[in-house]
Design a protein around this ligand. Structure first.
Ligand code: GUN
Length: 289
């Protein structure tokens, strides 16, 4: 079997086009969605992510406020910034790029972001809503995976209902919300992680595999169940400069029915869903149903 390639880059472009149309309607009513992004310190990877987020905002008509602060910024200063943005009616979403430099504690910063402006979905209230089966603002990467799966279902008739979904990884940012979203979509969900004994046996029984462990080629291609849908959240740069994922792509693609590539799979969806969350937050707070 040669797998269908799930083209996240193309899906993200389609999502951005749809958002642009919605934002145009909001702006016609005099409401411009606003996203505030803060980068503390000079981590080069974070610098690229933040630049891409700001550029994507411009493309769909969202106003972005970008603040770059030195690594010497204090916890109190950062918390005061969040308070200011929380109180600013023109700002619908607040994002503090992680990781923060040493000496700053991300937990209280994330917790300080107003729930209705928490477009990362990392705050306790939004995580709780998701856990209770009433998702509000959902973490962008797992939301992006669900959008890929939603379109795959529409295009092919494939369904998650009753399927065995295996999520490899248990992070607050991806693995846990991913598992809850799949559960919400009526899959039977197993969460595996670094301490799981016999990972291969779980992966081999997965109708849907979501690999989000952050370890290059952790999942060997021949572990994949024939006909499975494979979603690879990992992204790793090898010594040769090439990007690869948590799944060994070529042998996995030989067995899967559909698979996301790296790059060009889940990655572009994360930013698209950040924009979607910002538009959703604006709609909820300023536009109305
Ligand atoms: N760092 C890497 N990915 C993310 C993300 O999705 N949100 C934030 N705030 N920081 C990140």
């Amino acid at each position: 079997m040669s797998a269908l390639i799930l083209d996240g880059k193309a899906i993200a472009a389609a999502v951005r086009q749809e958002l642009k149309a919605t934002v145009t309607q909001f702006r016609a009513k005099g409401i411009t969605p606003g996203l505030a992004v803060c980068l503390v310190g000079e981590d080069p990877a974070s610098d690229v992510y933040v630049r891409n987020k700001v550029r994507a905002c411009e493309e769909v008509g969202i106003r972005s406020v970008e603040l770059r602060l030195p690594a010497t910024t204090t916890q109190v200063e950062l918390e005061a910034l969040i308070d200011r943005w929380n109180a600013d009616d023109t700002i619908d979403g607040i994002l503090v790029q992680l990781p923060l430099p040493k000496g700053l504690d991300a937990g209280p910063i994330v917790a300080r972001i107003a729930t209705h402006k928490d477009v990362d979905g990392f705050g306790m209230e939004n995580l709780g809503q998701l856990t209770a089966g009433k998702p509000a603002l959902v973490a962008c990467t797992p939301a992006g995976v669900m959008e890929i799966l939603r379109r795959h279902s529409l295009n092919t008739g494939w369904s998650l209902r009753g399927k065995h979904a295996v999520v490899v990884g248990r992070s607050i940012t991806v693995g846990r919300p991913m598992a809850l979203l799949l559960l919400q979509a009526n899959a039977t969900v197993t969460i595996c992680h670094s301490q799981t004994a016999d990972l291969k046996s779980f992966v081999s029984s997965a109708d849907l595999l979501v690999a989000a462990a952050g370890q290059r080629h952790l999942v060997q291609g021949d572990w994949v169940k024939p006909g499975a849908v494979v979603i690879d959240v990992g992204i790793h740069r090898g010594e040769d400069g090439k990007l690869s994922g948590d799944v060994d792509f070529a042998p996995a693609a030989a067995l899967a029915s559909a698979i996301t590539p790296v790059p060009g799979g889940v990655g572009p969806m994360t930013i698209a869903m950040l924009l979607a969350n910002t538009v959703q937050a604006c709609q909820a707070r300023r536009v109305g149903a």
